[in-house]
Write a protein that binds this ligand. Structure first.
Ligand code: ADP
Ligand code: MG
Length: 332
């Protein structure tokens, strides 16, 4: 393997600390956090309530700036890159409280996000693409055209996820995204996140309390007393739903697929034994052929579309592929 040190991580935190201050007291939430986040990797962050997980996401997603330390995207300090530009072009966030525009419909929320980030479908309108995305996660046209105030918590959560998926970005952050979802729907979301990382080479960072979600991620980080640590040498759960056996020894590149039982084709690896020596390039992975898409996405002509022009492909097509056989789960 070459070039492992030449490519900066997609996101890097260097000695990041954060303190909230008001007239009466100062609360230091994050202390000297050093961590690199890579493309092609699905991270989960665990930690007790109040440990600073949301704070960490808000700093990493450019919504706030750390009290000290540096956050960089592909080697560029966010201050130099510009927080607004970083937020618009490179990251999408599924907020804990969804942060939907409540005077809009679900569809308008998704279209609005595409307009702001400049995502333009190669074929069809933004509206058509947003409708397809929403439909793929189980919100049909009648739901999509309803005010978000008239949707349940779980449905609003799905709108927030569709909105993030609609913006073809490098890093997806999600703050407890499955908290309001039933098990099947939550599993669909987990699969989506994992596939975004593994098949679209995105960096996906999810804050969760769900061990089930964490065990399906590639790296599990824990935030406690202001420090971020990676769980190491955690034993792999035997079997698993996707037919994968445990991790290779430290010299290996990750987990060893036994069979392609699911969409992403990788068994979660946790800890240092699963650490890859360099960012994973999905194109270089040997994997069985992808499952047939539910409907063949139309050929993407060359054009100004950021999504189709993206070297890692069309997020919409991938989403449709991901949810193809799972649609019934989203109909509940
Ligand atoms: P978590 O997401 O892990 O539950 P948070 O990041 O929301 O934790 O909060 C971490 C700590 O920082 C908590 O003690 C919380 O009260 C405090 N905190 C969060 N936001 C603010 C703020 N804007 N001003 C002051 N304190 C805050
Ligand atoms: Mg929180």
């Amino acid at each position: 393997m070459t070039n492992a040190t030449a490519t900066p991580p997609v996101l890097r935190l260097d000695r990041v600390s954060h303190t909230y201050s008001d007239q009466r007291r100062r609360t230091t939430v994050l202390r000297d956090i050093d961590h690199s986040f890579e493309r092609g990797t699905f991270y989960t962050i665990l930690g007790p309530s109040g440990s600073g997980k949301t704070t960490l996401l808000s700093l990493a997603s450019g919504l706030d700036t750390p009290t000290s330390g540096t956050i960089s995207f592909e080697g560029r300090d966010l201050k130099e890159l510009g927080l607004g530009r970083y937020r618009n072009k490179h990251v999408a966030t599924v907020f804990q409280q969804y942060n939907l525009l409540t005077y809009m419909t679900a569809l308008q929320n998704v279209v609005c996000a595409m307009e702001i980030t400049g995502v333009r479908p190669a074929q069809g309108s933004r509206r058509a693409r947003a409708l397809r995305l929403l439909d793929d996660i189980g919100l049909d046209t009648s739901m999509a055209t309803r005010s978000v105030m008239r949707l349940s918590g779980g449905q609003q959560q799905r709108v927030a996820i569709a909105r993030a998926l609609a913006c073809d970005v490098d890093i997806l952050f999600a703050d407890e995204p499955t908290g309001n979802l039933d098990e099947d729907t939550a599993q669909g979301i987990i699969d989506t996140f994992r596939d975004l990382a593994h098949e679209q080479n995105k960096c996906v960072v999810v804050v969760t309390h769900s061990q089930r979600l964490a065990t399906q991620s590639d790296r599990v980080l824990t935030l406690r007393k202001g420090r971020l640590t990676e769980q190491v040498n955690r034993p792999m759960t035997a079997g698993g739903t996707r037919g994968f056996r445990g991790c290779r020894p430290p010299s290996g590149a990750g987990c060893e697929p036994v069979g392609y039982a699911g969409m992403s084709g990788r068994r979660p690896c946790v800890g240092s034994v699963a650490r890859r020596s360099q960012p994973t390039n999905p194109a270089s992975r040997t994997r069985p052929p992808a499952r047939e898409p539910r409907t063949s996405p139309p050929a993407q002509p060359a054009g100004p579309d950021r999504t189709s022009a993206h070297p890692k492909g069309n997020i919409e097509a991938a989403t449709r592929r991901m949810f193809g056989s799972r649609r019934r789960l989203w109909r509940s």
